[in-house]
Design a protein around this ligand. Structure first.
Ligand SMILES: Cc1ncc(COP(=O)(O)O)c(C=O)c1O
Length: 405
């Protein structure tokens, strides 16, 4: 047999897949296992969206539809981009996709030639480097620092730019760090981006989950030069808890969008029509739904941070957005765990996450999956009553470790 493609064989399996499978196995066995690992909202999807999808189905909206997405949804998103983000994308410059993930892939496919370099600040959302590799590009990871709030500095960006650099991926609010770039920080990066003629993919999927009175700035809204080189990716999974309905979108300059539409026309045709009607209805109830969701995550964030303060040896930057804490466990590692039956060394974040799962029945995500060793990602997208129990398990598990032995 001839082998599978080198492209497919080159995809790194996520280091968390085995652990996720183990978590589900423990759960299926009825063990009291809890999770701070899930990267998804715990809220229900808005009723208006459910009704719209059901109505569309009962009206027989089951045939092929428009390849770039429903015209009324593209028009509504054009209005949303203008009013909320300050970006004037015409409906023709917007593509509706099957989730933000597909929008990222399609934007990369439309932009990159083999060998083009894509700069990805670390810690990063796990998919970016793999998506870049899958479409033939070369991911160039640039580390950010805990003490800079994990935000990319213009001087660090400058250092990794080569003649092959084509695109910078920005993600604010960031999964996993919760970092939100201010307008001034983006302007400083934009000066370098424009100087070196880079494109930008701005993933803004957590834009509505921001705390401390912050507001998200879209790079494309900074000035005409940034608008001309930026694809703005977003979706319905986080803001409207519609993650299973797979609905995302991307706004970009006309030529880039035209190329993406051509790709989507062959790759997916269009996202589910029912999901698009649901998304349209959700946009219409934004004013009620989004503040409620934000309040929910704020309460969960405050609770999570109050519990972390009681655990010695860990540190973190308070998340400014999204629903994650990226917890530094560096001062706990390496360490030895001794139980009645066993004694073993915990070297890194993967070992630590395995220990928490096996011995304390708590799922977390090791930082290594986000390109950053020495951290755990904790998701606080859970009701406080659930977090109480999960943080009890985390606290006991971490307190049971002997410091840095
Ligand atoms: C930063 C980021 N971008 C995109 C996505 C994917 O979103 P979607 O469900 O719309 O594909 C996620 C999901 O976890 C994410 O964290």
């Amino acid at each position: 047999m001839k082998p599978l493609s080198s492209r497919a064989l080159g995809v790194s399996p996520s280091p968390t897949v085995a652990m996720d499978a183990r978590y589900k196995e423990l759960l299926a066995r009825g063990l009291p296992v809890l999770s701070l690992g899930a990267g998804e909202p715990d809220l229900p999807m808005p009723q208006a969206g459910i009704e719209a999808a059901t109505k569309a189905l009962s009206e027989g909206k089951t045939r092929y539809s428009f390849m770039a997405g429903l015209p009324e949804l593209r028009a509504a998103l054009s209005k949303k981009f203008s009013e909320e983000n300050g970006i004037a994308y015409s409906p023709e410059e917007i593509l509706i996709t099957s989730g933000a993930k597909q929008a990222v892939f399609t934007a990369l496919l439309a932009l990159l030639d083999p060998g083009d370099e894509v700069i990805i600040p670390s810690p990063y959302w796990v998919t970016y480097p793999e998506a870049v590799r899958l479409v033939g590009g070369k991911p160039v990871v640039v580390d950010t620092r805990f003490e800079d709030g994990f935000k990319l500095k213009p001087e660090d960006l400058r250092k990794v730019i080569t003649s092959k650099s084509k695109l910078l991926i920005l993600n604010s609010p960031c999964n996993p760090t919760g970092a939100v770039y201010s307008r001034a920080e983006l302007e400083a990066l934009a000066a370098v981006i424009v100087e070196y003629n880079l494109y930008v993919l701005s993933d803004e999927i957590y834009e509505h989950i921001v705390f401390d009175g912050l507001h998200c700035t879209s790079p494309a809204a900074l000035n005409a030069e940034m608008r001309a080189r930026t694809a703005t990716v977003n979706g319905f999974s986080k803001a409207y808890a519609m993650q299973g309905l797979r609905l995302g979108y991307v706004g970009a300059p006309a030529a880039w969008t035209k190329a993406m539409i051509a790709i989507q026309s062959h790759a997916a045709h269009h996202p589910s029509t029912l999901s698009q009607y649901a998304g349209l209805a959700c946009l219409q109830v934004s004013a009620q739904v989004l503040p409620e969701a934000k309040k929910h995550y704020l309460e969960a964030r405050e609770y999570a941070l109050s519990r972390l303060k009681k655990i010695p040896g860990v540190s973190w930057n308070d998340p400014q957005g999204a629903f994650y804490v990226f917890l530094s466990v560096q001062s706990l590692l390496p360490t030895i765990v001794r139980s009645k039956t066993d004694s073993h060394k915990i070297e890194n974040s993967l070992d630590l996450a395995e220990y928490l799962l096996e011995e304390w029945h708590l799922a977390t995500v090791p930082g290594v999956g986000f390109g950053c060793e020495g951290y755990l990602r904790l998701s606080f997208a859970q009701p406080v009553a659930y977090l109480e129990k999960a943080f009890d398990q985390l606290e006991q598990g971490l307190k049971a470790l002997s410091f840095g032995s």
